[in-house]
Write a protein that binds this ligand. Structure first.
Ligand code: ATP
Length: 436
């Protein structure tokens, strides 16, 4: 984990937030490379689960919604974690995460913890110029409710037929009692969520299909399958309306914990919003004319946890002729750069020729252009940030208009005429986890 954190900071994936002011606990910024990786993940997810299917539509709802949404969903009353406080050092912890009885995890004092009290995780704010009860609103703690409250509008405007799903990617906020473990648990994070609406009788088949979709996504992301565990959530731990929930957990360096979740939610959400809003949430079957509230399967994916799982799976160290080589073996589609163009020397003609090549390549594949340091150091740097291919322009290139393409994983090099570089790269990238 330390190695990932250092590499991410030094190379520009993830920085501590507001560092010039001493940082801001558990807040992280995504640097120039991190934002590329994160965007590639979100775009690939959207392409796969929304644009790549006929039974899905996308949505973007507000972060600050009508507070009645969160009253109806139960979040205002029940979105709580059990909180205990140490009477000696006053540190607050989550009672359900304590390992050793009634002992403070911070100062180690025995029998020092208060009786657990429910602590609400909603971020409260005031909307408008008055700070009174009538102005209270919440930052959404999940993207899911947006899909439920907009269900009638989506149905009416798209005329989709069951089964179909609504997907959303966006920020969520939770006032976590114990954030930590790097970007694993933060108070501000992003979710990629799907609410898949079905006929009630089909729930088991649809659930299995989604579990499979989630497995395929993990493989696509290059997440090491040996680290993944599918945990059937026991009845007593499931929400009362759920007949089946599977937590997809990962062996993180800090223990086995949730990466994603898949839940069968019955008709709970739509029925509850129908009741509280007084609006109809029914679906009318065109064949039978029968009206009913659809049931829902919910696959949910955390963006930052995906980033961390991918970094952990991709990181490797190799010994190359007695020297350590660090490689981030990310799938080609996810890497911040698909290719880097490296002129062998700073001779103006070489720089000029290389720059023109880089400018043309970056129209289709994100291309880095690096003229600093020795070629060996530049290769190592590109290996560390996961760039699948480097293209080196050397003195011969000025005569034969050919360049050398170097493979991140095998370190093999091949000479290719410049006019063919784009096509060769496309083929090679396809075999390295796929194009963007
Ligand atoms: P946990 O048990 O880890 O608190 P959860 O069961 O509360 O997670 P959900 O409410 O199911 O999580 O949220 C859906 C997804 O959002 C999670 O699977 C996870 O990937 C992500 N997520 C939830 N809370 C956080 C957080 N505080 N920071 C980063 N990602 C989060």
């Amino acid at each position: 984990m330390e190695k990932i954190i250092n590499l991410a900071k030094n190379r520009g994936f993830i920085f501590p937030d507001s560092e010039i002011y001493g940082g801001w606990a558990n807040s992280w910024d995504f640097g120039p490379l991190g934002v590329e990786l994160k965007n590639n993940i979100k775009q690939a997810w959207w392409k796969r689960f929304v644009q790549g299917r006929l039974d899905m539509v996308g949505l973007e709802t507000a972060i600050i919604m009508n507070p009645k949404v969160w009253e109806a969903s139960g979040h205002v009353d029940e979105f709580t974690d059990p909180l205990v406080e140490c009477k000696k050092c006053h540190r607050r912890s989550r009672a359900d995460e304590l390992e050793k009885g009634n002992m403070c995890p911070d100062c180690g004092e025995k029998d020092s913890l208060t009786v657990p009290a429910n602590f609400n995780l909603l971020f409260k704010t005031f909307v408008g110029p008055k700070e009174n009860d009538a102005a209270v609103a919440y930052l959404r703690p999940e993207t899911a409710q947006g899909m439920f409250v907009d269900w009638p509008a989506v149905l009416a405007s798209t005329r989709k037929r069951l089964p179909f799903g609504i997907a959303q990617i966006g920020k969520a906020f939770r006032n976590e009692i114990t954030p930590g473990n790097y970007v694993f648990r933060t108070r501000e994070f992003e979710q990629m969520e799907i609410e898949y609406f079905i006929e009630p009788t089909n729930w088991e088949t649809e659930f299995d299909k989604w579990l499979n979709e989630m497995r395929n996504w993990l493989t696509y992301c290059g997440i090491d399958s040996k680290l993944v565990h599918e945990v059937e959530v026991a009845e007593e731990d499931r929400a009362f309306y759920s007949k089946r929930t599977v937590d997809i957990e990962l062996d993180w360096p800090f223990g086995q914990k949730e990466l994603y979740g898949l839940a069968y939610r019955g008709d709970w959400d739509l029925s509850m919003h129908a009741k509280q809003s007084g609006r109809e949430m029914n679906y009318a079957d065109t064949k039978t004319g029968q009206k009913f509230i659809p049931h829902v399967i919910e696959p949910t994916f955390g963006v930052e946890r995906t980033v961390l799982a991918m970094l952990l799976s991709a990181y490797r160290e190799e010994d190359v002729r007695g020297e350590k080589r660090v490689v981030l073996g990310l799938p080609a589609w996810a890497a911040p750069y698909q290719v880097a163009v490296l002129p062998l020397s700073s001779k103006p003609e070489l720089i000029e020729k290389s720059r023109r090549l880089a400018e043309s390549l970056t129209q289709n594949n994100h291309c880095d252009f690096d003229t600093t340091q020795s070629i060996g150091k530049r290769y190592r740097r590109q290996d560390e940030i996961g760039t699948p291919f480097c293209v080196t322009v050397d003195f011969d290139s000025l005569e034969d208009h050919a360049v050398t393409i170097r493979d991140r994983d095998t370190m093999q090099q091949e000479r290719v005429v410049m006019t063919r570089v784009e096509g060769v790269l496309r083929e090679r990238l396809k075999n390295k986890g796929g194009l963007k």
